[in-house]
Design a protein around this ligand. Sequence first.
Ligand SMILES: Nc1ncnc2c1ncn2[C@@H]1O[C@H](COP(=O)(O)OP(=O)(O)OP(=O)(O)O)[C@@H](O)[C@H]1O
Ligand SMILES: [Mg+2]
Length: 309
Amino acid sequence: MLDFRNLNSVAVGEAMVELAPVGEGQYRRGFAGDTFNTAWHMAQAMTGRASASFVTRVGTDRISDAFVTELKADGLNVSFISRDPVRGMGLYMIHLDGVERSFHYWRDTSAARGLAADAGALAQAFAGAGLIHLSGITLAILPAADRQTLFAALAQARADGARVSFDPNNRPRLWSSLDEVRQVIPQVLALTDIALPSHDDEAAVWGDADPLATIARLAAAGVAEVAVKDGAGPVAVFSNGVIQTLATPAVAGVVDTTGAGDGFNAGYLSARLLGQTPEMAVRAGQQFSGKVIQHFGARMPKGAVPPLA
Ligand SMILES: Nc1ncnc2c1ncn2[C@@H]1O[C@H](COP(=O)(O)OP(=O)(O)OP(=O)(O)O)[C@@H](O)[C@H]1O
Ligand SMILES: [Mg+2]
């Protein structure tokens, strides 16, 4: 079983301003983004036991200030968040049509696209990390040259003993083509210790027939530990060369599945960082994601985050 050199987690990616409808033409401002959602839940779950840092780039405006202030208040380490003097945070708006939700994004020029421009800053953020978490969305928003800067920093951190976790989180609209996805993902898999994919995403990009096909493909790419999510279906987990299929408990009162995968990742990674087995980590992931989908939005209320055993 993989172990960790220390209890510091570092998640890398984009957080956006979220506008969620509260009435006709009225919205509540929040913050969300896949790796950010994961880091935030990890910070709550591991309070006082392990650290959660979020690496991103935001603006110098009031909204960006409010974001950083909120993270600090919620127990995240914000010392690796850089500031862009020109660009600000990306934005998305949730549109409700009955119970159907659609998302409208303004993120093409977000400051987060510059989060990997500075090799020295990345090296600093990763130097003290036991675990570094990123996603396919983190990679999709970066200029191609900065992706290579990020990969070089991950390779160095790994050589120094950090573990890398990766959620492919395929979002076709963020990439120029499926070919680009298929060209970039193998590069990050070569640097990945723990992969946390979802069956739907892997079927869409690689044609995987089922979660076991995903495990076979990722194991062949050299990934030591894999947990494949599949909505309400079982989670297939691979570690020490052994595959287990673990049923997902039924969840009552599902109101919004946004952020289910990010919540799962938070439970899984917190449990693993604190020394639990991959099997126990799947249980924590299922527990966290089960709670996330019982609430509107990508994050559950702060007080609802279950402490880890
Ligand atoms: N309907 C459901 N009932 C019970 N658990 C669920 C349900 N949907 C999701 N989950 C839980 O959430 C986890 C992640 O769900 P899913 O496979 O949909 O992630 P995802 O596709 O990565 O989501 P995301 O949209 O956040 O990227 C599942 O492994 C499961 O534990
Ligand atoms: Mg996902």
